[in-house]
Each structure stands twice: as structure tokens, then as C-alpha cells.
Design a binder for this molecule. Structure first.
Ligand code: PEP
Ligand code: MN
Length: 337
């Protein structure tokens, strides 16, 4: 349930409402907007049903929320959330671009990729050191060695570092080097990992599961927020459909859906979303036009020899072209790049 306060409600009236809710054994979540304040109520359904708030001074109305997720919901928090990653804001006016190789392969490969994506205007370096591969015989990543390379390249080129975490026991290790924890599609419902990431404050990039509904995805984000970490960025990366030409079907309608349902920033991954480098530029352009807050794009200095996802990786030259195109579309959307 949410309690919508009148625009004229005083701080004292808001405080009394919060007190009454908490005295009934429920939790509150306060969202102060420019116009109105909303008191979100979380807890036992029966207790909420028995709560009588409409007659309290300053209360405009109460609204029942049918979705299971609460903290993630725009009903609870009407204003857009901006996640600050060491000064780079995700969810604000600027469209952020995270770019780099699928996997960290070597010092030289990463340095070349980082230099190129920085020169074209990316603000984040992406690259996996722990790779969740479909086959156990495929390249599994360089682990801590790869994390160290990511940090070094990130610091050298002033790029924020986003990298995948696959195991809750690695939070301290990955957190030592990363600015953002990436939760991959295959781990979207790894609830132990989500709970553990909720107990710390570093931002989390939560990718949509391969076959997850938008509701399941938002509930996964709720796991992180329920632990106390509000720094969640959602990422649409394509879902499995009957289509086989593309690796996945990029669901750009999810951008509009998430904007309606949630206040969290959402970025789009057209690389995994299509699996084909030829389609990355068109889909990235469409994603910005659809209203996303950012993109995560695979860029490899030599895609033909990439140890993973070469088929969907842009060359630095094509990435540069894309960034020039995105600048124009961003301007139409009254955003910056
Ligand atoms: C990746 O970003 O390289 C990756 C493995 O993505 P996903 O989890 O979306 O498949
Ligand atoms: Mn990849």
C-alpha cells in the first residue's frame, strides 16, 4: 500500500503517519517529491489490510499495490532514480555508454579496447573476468588477473569499471576492483547472490534473465533493494524466443515497460540482444530513441580472434561511428551522450 500525502501536509503530519504505520509492525519507505510525499508501506498483508489511514490529518488517499515488488515500483517512488558511480550518473540527462570486450583476454587487448572506447566517448569499461559460458570447455576468464587488468585500464583511461560476479563468495574480491557489479542473465534469479549484493552499497547492474518476464526481473531487483542497496541499474539484453537468426530477441518494449513500472534506470545491451555485430548499431540507435538511460556494448580491437562473442563485437571504428550517430539521436531525445 502507498499513502499519498496532500501537497499541504506538514512534516509533523507525515511523521505521525510514519509512526502509526510502524507502531502496527510494518515498515515504511518515504519518497519526498517536489509536489507530494508518498509513504510506502511494506510488510504483512493482513496487517496492511487492517491499517486505517484515510482519516489521518494530511493524508490525501491510500492506494493498494497489487505487484509483489514494492521498493522497485514507481508507485512507491515516482521520481527517476539516479545511480551515481563515482561521479558518473546513470539515469539522469546523460546517456551512459559502457563498452569493452566480452572477456578480458590480455593486457594488450584490454588496453587497446579501453583506449578506443574512451576516445569515442564511453564512460565505463566493460569486460568479464569470470565468464559464465554455456560449455565448460570454453574460455572461462582470467579471474583475479583479469580484474586487476580491468582496474588498471579503468584508472589509466578514467573509465568506471563494470564486471560480472558469478558467486556471492566473490563479493569482496570483485568489489576490490569493480565500480559496478554485473549480475549476468544466467544469475538473475540467484537469490543468494542478490541478497548478498543487497547488503552492500556498490551499484549493481542486473541483467534480465534469458527467459524472465519483466515482473520476475523487477522482483529480482527487489531482492537487492530489500537488503538496503538502492543502487540498482536494470539491463535489457534480449530474451529467448523461437527466432534463430538472432542469438536472442532484443525486447525494446521492455524499456518503455520498465519506465512505466519502475523508477530504476535501464540500459540496453544490443550485443547479446542480437548476437550479430551488424545489428548492434541499428538496435543501439533504436534503444536510445526508446528512452533507455544507457547502453552496454561489446567492442574488441580484433573481433575475429576474440576468445568469446567475436561475432557480436564491434570494431573500434564501428563503435566510433555508432557514438557519432547516438549523439544526434540523444539530442532529439533531449539527452546528452
Ligand atoms: C556478458 O555481458 O558478457 C554476458 C555474459 O552477458 P549476459 O549475462 O547478458 O549473457
Ligand atoms: Mn559477451
Amino acid at each position: 500500500m502507498i499513502i499519498v500525502m496532500k501537497p499541504t501536509a506538514t512534516d509533523e503530519e507525515i511523521q505521525k503517519v510514519v509512526q502509526k504505520v510502524e507502531q502496527n509492525g510494518l515498515q515504511t519507505n518515504l519518497s519526498k517529491g517536489a509536489e507530494v510525499t508518498i509513504v510506502g508501506v511494506i510488510g504483512d498483508k493482513k496487517k496492511i489490510a487492517n491499517l486505517e489511514m484515510n482519516m489521518m490529518p494530511g493524508v490525501d488517499k491510500t492506494v493498494r499495490i497489487t505487484e509483489k515488488y514494492k521498493l522497485v515500483s514507481r508507485n512507491f517512488h515516482p521520481q527517476d532514480t539516479i545511480v551515481d558511480v563515482k561521479g558518473v550518473k546513470v539515469g539522469g540527462k546523460q546517456i551512459v555508454v559502457m563498452a569493452g570486450p566480452c572477456s578480458v583476454e590480455s593486457e594488450e587487448q584490454l588496453d587497446e579496447a579501453a583506449a578506443a572506447v574512451k576516445a569515442s566517448g564511453a564512460t565505463f569499461l566493460r569486460g568479464g573476468a569470470f565468464k559464465p559460458r554455456t560449455s565448460p570447455y570454453d574460455f572461462q576468464g582470467l579471474a583475479e588477473k583479469g580484474l586487476k587488468m580491468m582496474r588498471r585500464a579503468g584508472d589509466k583511461y578514467d573509465l568506471r569499471v563494470v564486471t560480472e560476479i558469478v558467486d556471492k563468495d566473490d563479493i569482496d574480491l570483485v568489489g576490490e576492483y569493480a565500480d559496478v557489479f554485473q549480475v549476468g542473465a544466467r544469475n538473475m534469479q540467484n537469490f543468494q547472490l542478490l541478497k548478498a549484493l543487497g547488503k552492500q552499497q556498490k551499484p549493481v547492474l542486473l541483467k534480465r534473465g534469458l527467459a524472465a518476464t519483466i515482473s520476475e526481473w523487477l522482483n529480482a531487483a527487489e531482492y537487492i533493494m530489500a537488503g538496503g542497496n538502492e543502487n540498482v541499474i536494470l539491463c535489457e539484453r534480449g530474451i529467448r524466443t523461437y527466432e534463430t537468426f538472432t542469438r536472442n530477441t532484443l525486447d525494446l518494449s521492455a524499456v518503455a515497460a520498465v519506465k512505466e513500472l519502475s523508477h530504476l534506470p535501464i540500459i540496453v545491451d544490443p550485443s547479446h540482444g542480437t548476437g550479430r555485430w551488424q545489428m548492434v548499431r541499428p538496435m543501439a540507435r533504436a534503444a536510445v530513441a526508446a528512452g533507455c538511460d544507457g547502453l552496454i556494448i561489446e567492442v574488441h580491437p580484433h573481433p575475429e580472434v576474440a576468445l568469446s562473442d567475436g561475432d557480436q563485437s564491434l570494431t573500434p571504428k564501428n563503435f566510433g561511428r555508432l557514438m557519432a550517430e547516438l549523439g544526434k539521436i540523444a539530442a532529439v531525445m533531449e539527452r546528452t551522450l
